[in-house]
Ligand binder design. Structure first.
Ligand code: NDP
Ligand code: 8X3
Length: 260
């Protein structure tokens, strides 16, 4: 295992769910973490909490969809934070579960702008430094939805298929450098994802996870930290994590598991 102590890690979508768990896990492993998202108060509270236990966390307020904001915010980082060793492209969301022919194009734009273009904007800004320094690791949070489709998931799935394609292409572009590329593709994780997808409809969001034990955000963070802490010669290119109760994008078991 390679130590993460003193490494600089940038996590997008750090104010909730998987991103927040990644911030906690990397800070706990001794990394200096840039925690980026839009919700200022949450990021400040997280940074403050982790500082109390010796964590080094810098809150960074940015909307990954806004290329000018991404460029300005990241280029304003002080030298101690700017040399990012590990970039976790996690910011993302789903909106609705409508059939494509009934879907809302504004929601499609929000998903594609965040999950695909946002990931590209941040990566474009951070990656040249990694290549120039001869070290770095880009970890994208994909999804089972980037490997299989499900009804009503068309544009969300397309965005995650894009993440998988971009991860593979990036790995090729970086051949001959020491920069590593990973996609971590989880199945269902209990976060605010469904609440966001259903625009605050708590009952509909709760139904998604009813009678099954979903992954927890810290399970995904564990996998991310594991990939980031392999020896420099090892590039974990793909990791797929499913709840034990889930066997595919459309196959979950609700209720007790046999022998569980
Ligand atoms: P959450 O809704 O809990 O967290 C999403 C995070 O993304 C928040 O911190 C939010 O912060 C941030 N975010 C959203 N839009 C933007 C934006 N425009 N700019 C910056 N940050 C943004 O969801 P999850 O933790 O579940 O999702 C994290 C990632 O994991 C996503 O890419 C998702 O697609 C993926 N995923 C989730 C699964 C699940 O079942 N939950 C399964 C597989 C993959 P803020 O609103 O403060 O900006
Ligand atoms: C997000 C979770 O279940 O919509 O990737 O694929 S799901």
């Amino acid at each position: 295992m390679e130590s993460l102590k003193g490494k600089v890690v940038l996590v997008t979508g750090a104010s909730a769910g998987i991103g927040e768990a990644c911030v906690r896990a990397f800070a706990g492993a001794g990394a200096a973490v840039v925690a980026a998202a839009r919700r200022r108060k949450r990021l400040e509270a997280l940074a403050e909490e982790l500082r109390k236990t010796g964590g080094r966390v810098l809150p960074l307020f940015l909307d990954v969809r806004d290329r000018a904001c991404v460029d300005a915010t990241l280029s304003a980082l002080s030298p101690e934070w700017a040399a990012v060793d590990v970039l976790v492209n996690n910011a993302g969301l789903g909106r609705g579960l409508d059939k494509l022919h009934e879907g809302d194009p504004a929601e499609w734009e929000e998903m594609l702008d965040t999950n695909v273009k946002g990931l590209l904007f941040v990566t474009r800004r951070v990656l040249p430094g990694m290549v120039a320094r001869g070290r770095g690791h880009v970890i994208n949070i994909g999804s089972v939805a980037g490997r299989e489709t499900y009804p009503g998931g068309g544009v969300y799935c397309a965005s995650k298929f894009a993440v998988r394609g971009l991860t593979r292409a990036l790995k090729m572009d970086l051949t001959g450098t020491s920069v590593r590329v990973t996609t971590v593709d989880p199945g269902m994780v209990q976060t605010e994802f469904s609440k966001v997808r259903f625009r605050g409809d708590e009952a509909r969001a709760a139904a998604v996870y009813k009678n099954l034990e979903a992954l927890r955000p810290e399970d995904v963070a564990d996998a991310v930290v594991w990939a980031a802490s392999r020896p420099a010669r090892v590039d974990v290119t793909e990791l797929v994590l499913m709840p034990t109760a889930q066997s595919g994008a459309t196959l979950v078991h609700r209720g007790a598991l046999k022998g569980g």
